[in-house]
Design a protein around this ligand. Structure first.
Ligand SMILES: Cc1cc2nc3c(=O)[nH]c(=O)nc-3n(C[C@H](O)[C@H](O)[C@H](O)COP(=O)(O)O)c2cc1C
Length: 203
């Protein structure tokens, strides 16, 4: 039995391509792995608060020195971190906004940047502490950014690869549905859907 954390980040409703595609994958996954447990987090509809000065002070000090405000700041944050650490795999539906990820997802990720829990800093630099997990990113983009596109456009996939790498998660896959605005949206979704259905049997 594996635990999967399924996250959607689009602000849009059910017509969102990344929502549709992440759900296609999860449905296919459930069919072939009925014993697995899926946890769901909808960051588009239920955003998490931004971290703030109190949060930063709290994570850099001993719990016994925490003020009531620091305790409060970690009340939201700690369960997000524990949930992230408790699962075996991640499936994220991520739209591209402004060539990168939505602010909702960035706000969530900031709660996970916890020294001593998700990463540490050694003489060799940043070392991830979250091992043995894998991630599938299902992205939706208005344009298309194939490998080799000029530098400076796709800040979504490189960012997600880097931040998950910093946590120690390097077994990552991307299914990018591109050209949803500039090209044939239906075709692009259908291609990604077929890919995801195949992937659900092998991932
Ligand atoms: C605020 C906003 C910013 C966007 N920025 C980009 C962008 O930089 N590049 C791009 O290719 N598409 C961009 N798009 C188009 C979306 O990536 C596209 O509509 C995608 O389908 C959104 O994902 P969703 O359908 O899962 O909500 C943007 C859309 C919105 C709403």
């Amino acid at each position: 039995m594996r635990r999967i954390l399924h996250i959607d980040a689009s602000y849009s409703d059910e017509s969102s391509a990344s929502r549709v595609l992440s759900q296609v994958f999860i449905a296919a996954w459930k069919d072939s792995h009925p014993e697995d447990v899926i946890f769901y987090r909808d960051l588009g509809r239920f955003p998490v608060p931004y971290i703030n000065e109190t949060w930063i002070a709290a994570i850099h000090s001993l719990p016994e020195t925490h003020t009531p405000e620091m305790v409060e700041a970690l009340k939201v944050s700690d369960p997000l971190l524990e949930e992230f650490l408790a699962v075996d795999a991640y499936v994220l539906g991520v739209p591209m906004y402004g060539f990168t990820i939505p602010a909702t997802l960035k706000a969530y990720i900031e709660h996970l940047i916890r020294i001593g829990r998700t990463y540490e800093v050694t003489e060799q630099g940043v070392q991830g502490l979250v091992h043995g997990k894998k991630a599938l990113f299902i992205t939706s983009r208005g344009g298309n950014y194939p490998p080799g596109s000029p530098f400076g456009k796709d800040h979504q996939e490189p960012y997600l690869r880097t931040i998950f790498w910093s946590f120690g998660i390097t077994d990552v896959q991307f299914v990018n549905a591109g050209n949803l605005v500039l090209g044939d949206r239906k075709q692009s979704i259908a291609t990604a859907q077929a890919h995801l259905q195949m992937l659900a049997a092998q991932w």
